[in-house]
Design a protein around this ligand. Sequence first.
Ligand SMILES: [Zn+2]
Ligand SMILES: [Zn+2]
Length: 419
Amino acid sequence: MKATLDHIGIAVADLEEALKFYREALGLEVEAPEDVASQHVRAHFIPAGQTALELLEATADESPIAKYVAKRGPGLHHITLRVDDIRAALAQIKAKGVRLIDESPRPGAHGSLVAFIHPSAAHGVLVELKQGGQESTERVVRPVRLGDLELVPLLDRHFRLDGGAMFGVVPKPLWEKRLPADERNRIAMAMRPLLVRGDRLMIIDAGAGEKMDPKLQEIYGFDRSESLDASLAAAGVRAEDVEIVLASHLHFDHAGGFTKKDPSGAIVPRFPRARYHANRGEFEDATHPHERNRASYFDENYVPLRDAGVLEFWDEERTIMPGVRVRRTGGHTRWHHIVYLESGGRTAVFAADLMPTTAHVDLPWIMGYDLYPVETLEFKRAFLREAIEREYLIFFEHDPRIAAGYIREKDRRLYVEPL
Ligand SMILES: [Zn+2]
Ligand SMILES: [Zn+2]
């Protein structure tokens, strides 16, 4: 088993005082906090070279951190070791008679799988094992400059979909090596809308939003510690600043964030001053679903936009604003589109559900969800050649770890070099 130190967790009693020490006395940079609501904990990450410190603040009396501080006072709480295969690591540790808190891994933040080893077995230290998810040093949102455009990958949240459905005909022993499944056979994925600063302020797709039924949120394993609002705030953007909202297609994990419930319960545009742009055929299909795609389409995500008069349709491929044009792929849905971002002689492409994760650059790795998989295959085959030859920067909307990268070819195999 190979393990690397991901971070060190420190329980704090008085956050202001703790920040004075870490931020002011030590001069370290503290990231925006994240709430882990189920644990009543707020986590403040402090990158420190290859690893990080995590200050843990209790947000309620029943929080395990509150109990820890009451019993032992503030101080070192746990260490987190990152492993490649958490199930193999647990089996190996268990075979040595080590006492575990978690016999099997459970979902952690940022699409990770985690399990704790009992401190009595680890000489007084609470040890967390972690596989997947973003590394503590990968969280910061970094804008990408492309000529006159600035591109900022956002994060709505992580969620979980059936691994089989995500990879179609690819057998589980193959995909499991790339993206591990939890006990319900689900894999962690992200929802990453893209913010574009150009002539106007634009957002492409908007994640699943906050309206979804709690039962569905549980089925899809929504990670409540993350939200598009937090991500927009980190990018310095308010909802009312957004001028254009562009839809790759209207599945709930792309269009759910287009609308929100107002205090009276009415469903209204989430971006109050924006014009929304969607393909007319996609809207027709979304509002007339059939048995094969019904679970992905919810009228509340787009019909209120049409009713409010803020939805504009395009029929043919077109330029939405200077440097930003949509191109039809079909395949995933009849009218699925990807977005070309072109400026200063360079091209980036928002690949939406054409290649939802970096694993999907392999030609036969096509989602079982796709309505017309052979169309996806033919589009991908031509598009990949183009992307390699012209060095497109590709944004992967659902990859749990890699927001963007370049497609490379070596010994006839394709892979993604992360940005
Ligand atoms: Zn989709
Ligand atoms: Zn999707």
